[in-house]
Design a binder for this molecule. Structure first.
Ligand SMILES: Nc1ncnc2c1ncn2[C@@H]1O[C@H](COP(=O)(O)OP(=O)(O)OP(=O)(O)O)[C@@H](O)[C@H]1O
Length: 666
């Protein structure tokens, strides 16, 4: 009897006949699964490598290793053995044919987590004590890790615990005085979470401020900087650094903080030299550049043995930081320094493994503030925290504040984003169908609808790529004006963007880039006979190249060098413009259409989100939410079907990790 696989569960196999599977048979299955693209070649190759290392390793061990590699490729930090035993359909999220194939060998595998643990415990490629063994797999309770990821997770958990333990304010009375000056008292806005976030940021060596778009994360952190300066023992030597995962996000952070500090300067007058302070802070940098990425190695120039020279480090867009990067960042930070992480916990996690901000903010919504935090907040802000936010959260929860009021995201785009974030399909559909200029929906559309929008936007919403190509065509004859032209082109390109859920196919990045290029050429915006490189080509870097100082996700535009006419790709790096000869960039792709993942940290005046009929597990609530929140003024959804959109809202990203549990006792 074949049962429907979508009801697959552990007890399904209780009456199944025992099945014996040897290693040869297992690899036959794995090869077949790879040929069907349910697994990657790499996953099976990893199992083969382990089979050579331990000739006694059982098929169960090799299968677990294959799946572990597979899960890592999908952004998980570990393999949850209890889910593998009890809910493989959800865990694997394979198409039905794949799950049926899984079902055919499942009777030969342990039916419970304890069975998997016992099998794994017998192999020399698995250890439960990585400190004394260099086995490639680490078993921690019911989680199986690649050794490297176990190490990163442990080091992040340890660092967070150390940085949040015994967090106590030092100058509470002074903090109170300054907070009352920096924040207007608004009885309608109580508790003022921004004020509380600033207070929390003055204690401990780590604070996390999360909030949706426009909730004032940068507004708050500018006030926190002023507060730290005002209460510092040696304000003249306070060293502050600003960073973000991408160049674009870094540039936005610096711009917003400078603007906010300038406004504050007027508010506080001569009592604090904030303008001079902003200059001293210097440019915001990418994390790669801050940590000192080096060619041909994953190791950074800064680490525990050569720490960063900072007292306060502000990192924006923290949802994009993957586990390995967070481990490197914490490792490079001196013990006394304060780290302030800013980000939106509900956005897509990084492409690479880990969902660090999500894990760190697991209690953010509920608060779970202890009596000590309540007292501290009352002393430093004069506010009483409502009872619903009290609890017994861990030490990190005491250092985490969620901003809950959006200041500039109240219109239809904000309503849509909120509805999507709640998974409330009827509310989201109501906004989409409201025919508002800010939000429009092309339903039952095909990719050509995206191409048309990419040409010249839509009624009521400017944009389309013709606008920036117009600027490209206005190349100045004189060299001195070259830089302002480059800035104008880069600025104009940032006003509009097509975002895709998938990479492949007509709805994917590759297909849409081609179709948009062809359409732009048809209207003479691009040369009809063009090679790979042409004037105005927007490109995204797809691989880090520290030697060339370009990093995965950087976006630049190819324009002629003023002296030689050779095409160079120009990038905005903070406030500066940098350029690299186009011919020297190997790992790039055209960037008229890009994935939602890669758009994180950027905002565009008009954002178009292209959703195919069924992209399976990739199409999640977080993806749609992240896409919508990239739009500043106009958002257009182009979808193949309403059902696909609704299905996405019902699907939440879950990334396996032990980080939250590792913070216990923090
Ligand atoms: N308490 C406040 N009073 C008045 N204006 C505010 C307040 N908080 C934020 N704003 C304004 O709201 C806007 C959004 O704030 P900000 O850019 O700091 O939000 P954010 O959370 O950093 O947004 P993003 O998601 O784009 O990074 C800014 O114009 C800011 O000046």
């Amino acid at each position: 009897m074949i049962r429907r696989i979508d009801t697959l569960s552990g007890d399904l196999f209780a009456d199944a006949a025992p099945l014996v599977l040897d290693r040869v048979a297992l690899f036959e299955h794995l090869n077949h699964w790879t040929s069907q693209h349910w697994l990657r070649q790499l996953d099976t190759a990893f199992a083969r490598f382990l089979a050579d290392l331990d000739p006694q390793a059982s098929p169960a061990v090799l299968l677990a290793a294959t799946l572990l590699a597979h899960m890592e490729g999908r952004g998980h930090s570990c393999l949850m053995l209890d889910e593998l035993a009890h809910d493989p359909a959800t865990l694997l999220a394979w198409p039905v044919a794949g799950l049926n194939a899984w079902q055919s060998i499942a009777p030969a595998m342990p039916g419970h987590a304890a069975g998997w643990q016992a099998e794994l415990g017998r192999s020399t490629v698995v250890t439960t004590d990585p400190a004394t063994s260099n086995a490639p797999l680490v078993l921690a309770g019911t989680r199986l890790y690649l050794r490297r990821y176990h190490g990163y997770e442990q080091s992040v958990a340890n660092a967070v615990r150390q940085r949040t333990a015994h967090a106590q304010g030092e100058h509470d009375a002074l903090v109170r005085q300054w907070l009352d000056r920096l924040f207007e008292h608004d009885p309608a806005n109580q508790p003022d979470w921004q004020k509380m976030a600033c207070a929390i940021g003055t204690r401990g060596q780590l604070a996390v401020v999360t909030g949706g778009p426009g909730t004032g994360k940068t507004y708050t952190v500018a006030r926190l900087l002023a507060l730290l300066l005002a209460t510092a023992d040696h304000p003249d030597t306070l060293r502050v650094a600003l960073a973000a995962p991408t160049g674009k996000a870094a540039a936005r952070l610096k711009q917003s903080i400078d603007g906010a500090l300038q406004d504050l300067q007027q508010k506080v007058g001569a009592d604090l030299a904030l303008t001079a302070f902003a200059e001293r802070v210097g440019a915001a940098r990418t994390l790669h550049s801050l940590l000192g990425a080096r060619p041909d190695t994953r190791k950074f120039r800064h680490h525990a043995g050569n720490p960063l020279e900072v007292d306060v480090l502000i990192v924006d867009e923290a949802s994009m930081i993957h586990l390995e990067m967070m481990a490197a960042l914490l490792d490079a930070l001196p013990a006394h320094a304060r780290l302030i992480l800013l980000g939106d916990k509900d956005q897509l996690a990084s492409v690479e493994a880990g969902a660090v901000l999500g894990d760190l903010c697991r209690d953010a919504e509920a608060g779970r503030y202890t009596g000590a935090t309540v007292d501290f907040v009352s002393r430093t802000t004069g506010q009483t925290l409502p009872a619903q936010y009290l609890g017994q959260g861990n030490a990190l929860a005491q250092q985490t504040v969620m901003l809950r009021v959006s200041r500039r995201f109240g219109g239809p785009i904000g309503q849509l984003a909120l509805a999507v974030n709640r998974g409330d399909a009827p509310a989201a559909l109501a906004v989409l169908m409201d025919h508002h200029a800010a939000v429009q929906w092309r339903n039952r559309a095909n990719p050509q609808a995206v191409v048309e929008l990419a040409l010249s936007g839509r009624a009521g919403a400017p944009g389309g790529y013709a606008s920036y190509l117009e600027v490209v065509k206005q190349r100045p004859p004189d060299v001195p004006e070259h830089e302002s032209w480059v800035r104008a082109v880069l600025g104009a390109f940032e006003r509009f963007r097509v975002l895709c859920a998938v990479r492949e196919g007509d709805w994917g990045v590759a297909g849409l880039n081609k179709a948009i290029e062809t359409e732009l050429a048809r209207h003479d915006w691009l040369p009809r006979n063009r090679g790979e490189w042409y004037t105005g080509r927007p490109v995204m870097i797809t691989r880090n190249d520290p030697g060339m100082k370009v990093y995965n996700g950087d976006i630049g535009i190819a324009l002629p060098d003023p002296a030689t006419d050779a095409l160079r790709v120009y990038f905005l790096d903070g406030q500066d413009i940098r350029s690299v000869l186009a011919s020297r960039l190997a790992d790039v792709e055209t960037a008229f259409a890009m994935t939602v993942h890669k758009s994180q940290g950027s905002e565009f005046e008009h954002t178009v989100l292209a959703l195919p009929v069924d992209a399976g597990q990739i199409l999640t609530r977080e993806l749609v939410y992240t896409g919508i929140t990239r739009a500043r003024q106009y958002f257009t959804l182009v979808s193949a079907s309403q059902q696909g959109f609704e299905d996405a809202l019902g699907r939440q990203t879950r990334r396996a990790s032990g980080l939250y549990e590792g913070l216990a006792g923090a």
